[in-house]
Write a protein that binds this ligand. Sequence first.
Ligand SMILES: C[S@@+](CC[C@H](N)C(=O)[O-])C[C@H]1O[C@@H](n2cnc3c(N)ncnc32)[C@H](O)[C@@H]1O
Length: 260
Amino acid sequence: MAHTAPTHEANVAETSLAAGMSGGWLWHMRAWRAQNRWAATTQQIARWLAGVTPGSTELLLIGASGGWMMSSAWLQRFRCVRAFDLDRWAAPVFRHRHDAALQQSRTVLSYQQLDAVQHLPQLLHSYPQAFVLFDNVLGQMRFVHRSLDAAQTQLHSISRMLRGREWASVHDAYSGQKDVALPGQLPIGPLLTVSPRARAAAEPQFSVAERRWCAQLGVRGAWLDHLTAGIFPAGTPVQHIAWPFSSAYQHWLQAGWVRP
Ligand SMILES: C[S@@+](CC[C@H](N)C(=O)[O-])C[C@H]1O[C@@H](n2cnc3c(N)ncnc32)[C@H](O)[C@@H]1O
């Protein structure tokens, strides 16, 4: 089943994937070593972020980690950045990477070790004017729940909580084993709008453009579904981005900016 559209089933070693994605020193070491491989993805995210121009000058950055793939230039547009991560190693790494730029723009940074997904209602209540960016975290929710149903329920509830709010997310949509025979050049993904039909479907549905994009990502065999298909409301423009996570494993990121 080479280069087919993703199915709803997982068929990879999820636990090792989760271990490498969920923060901690292993994540930082992996990110540090992978900077060259991830550079084109980071640039594509920065290009997408440059077009995200929210009204608020206050940012809630959820799953900020060390900001390995975050654009300092984009952070500089905010007066105040409140970053959150579960990982206790994340704040010093983030500061090391972004402090100089933030000082230049006089952006005030606070960084809290917190389960920001669990505390999302309180955060939204405490900072009613803040723009919210989920920074590559929502695609990991399937790893923190015992069942896929529980993960999906949480993702739906996050989506509901954000109604009426200006927010954005970059997250894993799918991932899978890479066909190492493909050339290393990172393909440029399409910008596609979430259709009401795809949004309402119980199982992921793929347009012709998305199927074409799947084929370019060069995944061999089954894809892992990160359960994020229903996150963005219908009508949201979504940028599709390839992320060569390792030499053998490819991620399909989706980035969307939701405006009420
Ligand atoms: C893939 S990494 C994010 C990478 C980051 N955006 C960067 O550019 O370096 C996912 C991060 O989400 C964090 N995370 C996962 N669940 C979380 C939660 N409930 N609250 C806060 N952070 C969480 C993990 O600790 C991890 O650092």
